[in-house]
Design a protein around this ligand. Structure first.
Ligand SMILES: [Zn+2]
Length: 295
């Protein structure tokens, strides 16, 4: 083809760069649009955890992850930071599905070794071993994966993914911090989403000044870290985030649907903290609309 023949005439159209979604639980695509109205901790018990149990089956995972990745692409989202589940094999499946679709992504095998349903609760030893094995699988397979010629860095990056403080022991969080440091990997998790969650973290870690301080004490707060929600971060937590160079992932639709509260994005930006956005509904424009109305 000559270049003239390869041109697409977009007269009358609006051309945008691909959207970037900073936080997506790929398994939750299986129950998109249900379970709204419950507060966070009840919603996890009622909907998120029972769904994630099914991802112990890599065949089911492949079926569902192909749908989830395609749904993101069809919404114009060309880069996503995914949470998979605790299952090592299914998490590798998500990496393979993302690569085959040509999407750019951070993919994380979720780590959980306390306060979790039996079917999702790893032993600390297994949690550390599988988080390491997953990161090394992605890094190793990157060296032989087919890449678009223009891709200067691999399409898929492994991301260290403690689910949130209540579901990870101190020993596991220290190990995940060391894993992030060893391979210079990004870290994703949740922070100060809901008042019940924050009280739970304070009870589990009375020696830490705040929720964010727990991540800091375990080597999980650095310039490669980003945390979803951050609805109720105190001044001290915002200062920790700013000094570490960590980022906030703003989740307007989720905050609205689970009644978590209003995130003061303007305050973060004014204080020099980086903020990104997620598209819980898969529709980027809908989420931007909710973000403008609801904060
Ligand atoms: Zn989340």
């Amino acid at each position: 083809l000559s270049y003239q023949e390869a041109l697409n005439d977009a007269t009358g159209s609006l051309i945008l760069p691909g959207f970037i979604d900073g936080h997506a639980h790929a398994p939750q695509y299986a129950f998109t649009g249900t379970g709204m109205g419950l507060p966070l901790l009840e919603w996890l018990e009622m909907h998120a955890f029972p769904c994630e149990v099914r991802f112990s089956d890599p065949v089911f995972a492949k079926h569902m992850y192909e749908k989830a990745v395609q749904a993101h692409l069809q919404s114009g989202t060309t880069t996503v930071s995914y949470f998979a589940s605790v299952h090592l094999e299914a998490s590798k499946v998500l990496v393979d599905v993302v690569r085959a679709a040509g999407q750019r992504a951070h993919v994380g095998k979720v780590s959980m070794d306390r306060n979790s349903p039996v079917a999702l609760c790893e032993s600390t030893v297994d949690a550390i071993a599988d988080a390491t094995a997953f990161a090394e699988y992605v890094l190793l397979s990157n060296s032989c994966a087919l890449q678009p010629a223009a891709a200067a860095v691999p399409l898929v990056t492994p991301v260290v993914t403690p689910r949130f403080v209540p579901s990870c022991t101190s020993e596991l969080m220290h190990a995940l911090g060391a894993l992030s440091h060893r391979y210079k990997l990004p870290v994703q998790s949740h922070l100060s989403e809901n008042s019940g969650e924050i009280e739970w973290v304070q009870a589990l870690h009375p020696d830490c000044a705040s929720y964010a301080a727990v991540y800091e004490q375990h080597g999980l707060l650095n310039e490669r870290s980003y945390f979803a929600h951050c609805v109720h971060c105190s001044g001290g937590e915002r200062e920790l985030l700013r000094c570490a160079g960590s980022s906030v992932i703003h989740c307007p639709s989720s905050n609205f649907m689970l009644n978590s509260g209003v995130c003061n994005v303007r305050q973060y930006l004014d204080e020099g903290i980086k903020v990104s956005i997620i598209y819980t509904e898969l529709s980027v424009l809908n989420c931007m609309r909710v973000g403008m109305v609801f904060g």
